[in-house]
Design a protein around this ligand. Structure first.
Ligand code: C2E
Ligand code: MG
Ligand code: MG
Length: 728
């Protein structure tokens, strides 16, 4: 190659590279390239063809001196062994030098064009993409036949290489442009950060979603969006995944600039530099609060009854299964209540379905407002409701709730100017007694409901019939006790307590009696537990204290001897409120002297720690009221405990006295109790003394006072007064 040719070649190369660098258009660069080559090779026609990757055909991209009528012959041709030099070059990826177009079969497919244009020779070289796929060809066409010289070959190589650079450059630009558009117009928010996590760009959707403008966040860390909803472990996991796999995606709650939080679907990719070190992070996210909301709505639709808005069978079953699962771990009692409206069909038949629907809505509302906050009510069929009661302490509670559901539905419903009456039949199944899983419990509650129907509707039944009867009786008793309080069916009897040495009456124990209108007198052991369970003990207990204190005052006013009054106190009554307020008030109102009042609390309830702080009992001391421990010897007294309490008296329990003097063990215990009591400085009373032999023994071991049938049964106030009078 001559040095002149070489320097012209270099000059051309330089010019073209400069125009590429200066951002000239692709067309302009390629046209310039063609013209420069033509200036170097006299009589040459140059052209650049581009391969369309979609259609697979070649098209003339540049050929500034090519006759216009020639172009259509070559445009759109598919590379093949007969489609000329370029067709072959594009096909094989190799340079193709056709030295005699006329006779060369490789031009067979372009014969007409060759003849018309009078082509003698055509040399073509392909150029490639970065992935070595053919992008197009550069060709020199000559009127004369002939082979290329080494200079020509060099020129062709350089020209095709420049054409390749130009096209590849352009493709990159196009791609960048596309990405720019995607970045700018995407509905997803996008954030790009540097390796240190500082934001270097965000798009418009970022601003739309987060409320932050671009210049507010540039340089900041994306954690300005943290809502605090995810813990550090969550972010650590995200970070780990980015480090190991270069990607992370998931759902995350972020906080907008305005302060509200929203869910987004976020995907983050790490972009590495050439050394494989993190260079950028790109995050793309979309606000999925709408999706979440519609998911929520869908979930609601699928899990609720459209008429009443209550959970449906599906949701109820899920909750029930969950509750059962939970209960297996912790002993929470569950009850399932199946409620069916009696003769609901009649309502539909006589008032129409619209009104029937209204009634169901109202029933649902009334029932819901009646339940405790943790309970779930569902409508599982036309007129069928199911209530799941959790954290029950006793079956009684379920029964009470069922009864109150019946009561609340008993009030008439006013709908569309009509007064409608409806009653429910209720069945109750208990977990785990009546079933270990959701299906069985539902089935058994249903069966129990049918029993309520059979037995006359408007009532509840337990699946276990025995329980039904027991609970019903209990509740009936409760109801009767409430009535007893209102109707003054309670009465106090008094039993004397005598001095062991001279048998003089020194005190009286007030004992509660219930004069049942049908069953006659009922003893306290039968009903005190019910009073305690229902809380009625507070009212009844206050009545007992009040009545006994008044009675004593009255007798004193009549000139009868001043004796001590013993009143039994239930463990449930030992509260600051009862002692400090109620007792004080009663004492003040009756005028009865506190130092003559003795409260009896069983050893059992004291040791059970009812009064763990001893606070209410300690305040008895300040009131001047004394304390007796009833049924002493039955429980497991802690001596420490005894010492802490303001005790004045120990009452030896009846059971110990019963077998005296025959039982030597009991004798020993009684002796020990007396010794213990006296060493603590308290009085000893023996209960249940029925025989002189018992009395003699108890007296001999030092008992201070005796109480029992031997000295008098508990008797009505009037009779006791007479006894006191006679005693004098
Ligand atoms: P308690 O305080 O140990 O009362 C003594 C019980 O023994 C009384 O039974 C009395 O009738 C009975 N009794 C008395 N002497 C003899 C006897 O010689 N032989 C036999 N076999 N029994 C005798 P009651 O009246 O049925 O009272 C039972 C329990 O009910 C009482 O035991 C007391 O714990 C409780 N109670 C009675 N009245 C009240 C009250 O007003 N409030 C509270 N919270 N409990 C009460
Ligand atoms: Mg007592
Ligand atoms: Mg007793």
């Amino acid at each position: 190659m001559e040095s002149r040719q070489l320097s012209r070649l270099l000059e051309m190369q330089q010019k073209i590279l400069e125009s590429i660098a200066s951002g000239q258009s692709r067309r302009q660069i390629l046209d310039d390239l063609c013209l420069m080559i033509e200036a170097l090779v006299p009589e040459a026609l140059t052209s650049v063809m581009l391969l369309n990757p979609e259609s697979g055909s070649l098209n003339v991209l540049a050929g500034p001196t090519f006759p216009a009528e020639a172009i259509p012959y070559f445009n759109g041709m598919t590379p093949s062994p007969v489609m000329g030099s370029c067709g072959n070059a594009a096909l094989s990826g190799e340079p193709v030098y056709v030295t005699d177009v006329c006779s060369d079969p490789r031009w067979n497919g372009l014969r007409e064009a060759a003849n018309k244009l009078g082509i003698g020779a055509c040399w073509s070289i392909p150029f490639f993409s970065e992935k070595q796929e053919t992008l197009g060809t550069f060709a020199i066409t000559l009127k004369n036949r002939g082979a290329p010289t080494p200079f020509h070959c060099r020129i062709l190589e350089i020209a095709s290489s420049i054409a390749g650079i130009t096209i590849r450059n352009r493709q990159r630009e196009e791609r960048l442009l596309q990405w720019n558009t995607v970045f700018r117009d995407a509905s997803e928010g996008m954030v790009i950060t540097n390796a240190q996590g500082a934001i270097i760009d965000v798009n418009q959707s970022f601003t739309n979603i987060t409320g932050y403008a671009k210049d507010e966040v540039l340089g900041k860390n994306p954690n300005i969006l943290n809502s605090g909803c995810q813990d550090t472990a969550y972010y650590q996991h995200m970070w780990d995944s980015l480090q190991t796999s270069g990607r992370w995606q998931g759902e995350i709650w972020n906080r907008r600039k305005q302060g509200d939080i929203y869910p987004e679907w976020l995907s983050i990719s790490r972009i590495d530099n050439e050394e494989g070190k993190p260079f950028n992070y790109v995050a793309v996210f979309s606000d999925i609060s709408r999706i979440k909301e519609s998911e929520r709505k869908l979930y609601h639709l699928a899990h609720h009854d459209p008429l009443t808005g209550l959970p449906n069978r599906l949701l109820m079953t899920t909750r029930l299964e969950h509750a059962v699962q939970q209960s297996k771990r912790t002993p929470i009692h569950l009850a399932l209540m199946f409620i069916d409206l009696d003769h609901f069909k009649n309502v539909n038949d006589s008032y129409g379905h619209a009104l029937g629907d209204q009634l169901l809505v109202n029933v649902a509302r009334r029932l819901s407002s009646h339940l405790r906050s943790g309970d779930t009510i569902a409508r599982i069929g036309g007129d069928e409701f199911v209530v799941l009661l959790e954290q029950l302490e006793q079956p009684n509670q379920a029964a009470a709730l069922a009864q109150s559901c019946i009561d609340t539905l008993a009030r008439p419903f006013a709908i569309a100017g009509q007064e409608i009456f409806i009653t429910p039949s209720i069945g109750i199944a208990l977990f785990p007694e009546d079933g270990n899983d959701a299906d069985t419990l539902l089935k058994h509650a249903d069966i129990a409901m049918y029993r309520s129907k059979e037995e006359g509707r408007r009532q509840y039944s337990f699946y276990t019939k025995k329980l039904s009867d027991k609970v019903r009786e209990r509740l009936k008793c409760e109801m009767l006790l409430r009535r007893a309080l209102q109707h003054q069916e309670f009465e106090l009897h008094y039993q004397p307590q005598v001095c062991a040495n001279n048998c003089k009456i020194v005190g009286a124990e007030a004992l509660l009696r219930w004069n049942h209108p049908e069953q006659g007198q009922i003893l306290p052991d039968k009903f005190i537990p019910v009073l305690e369970e229902t809380g009625l003990i507070q009212e009844v207990g206050a009545w007992v204290l009040q009545t006994a204190c008044r009675q004593m005052q009255e007798w004193e006013g009549m000139g009868l001897p001043k004796i001590r009054l013993a009143v039994n106190l239930s463990a449930k009554q030992v509260s600051p409120e009862c002692i400090n307020q109620r007792l004080q008030k009663i004492l003040a109102e009756s005028g009865f002297s506190p130092d003559r009042l003795e409260l009896e609390i069983t050893e059992h309830s004291i040791m059970q720690g009812v009064d763990s702080g001893n606070q209410p009992l300690s305040s008895l001391r300040e009131l001047g009221v004394s304390l007796a421990i009833d049924d002493f010897g039955s429980g497991h007294s802690s001596l420490m405990r005894l010492k802490q309490l303001p005790v004045h008296c120990l009452k030896i329990e009846r059971a110990l006295v019963k077998d005296i003097p025959d039982d030597l063990d009991n004798q020993a215990i009684c002796r020990a109790v007396v010794a213990l009591g006296h060493s603590l400085g308290v009085r000893i009373v023996a209960e249940g003394v029925e025989s002189e032999a018992q009395a003699d023994f108890l007296r001999s071991i030092g008992c201070d006072e005796l109480q029992g049938y031997l000295y008098g049964h508990p008797i009505a106030a009037d009779k006791f007064r007479q006894m006191l009078v006679g005693h004098h």
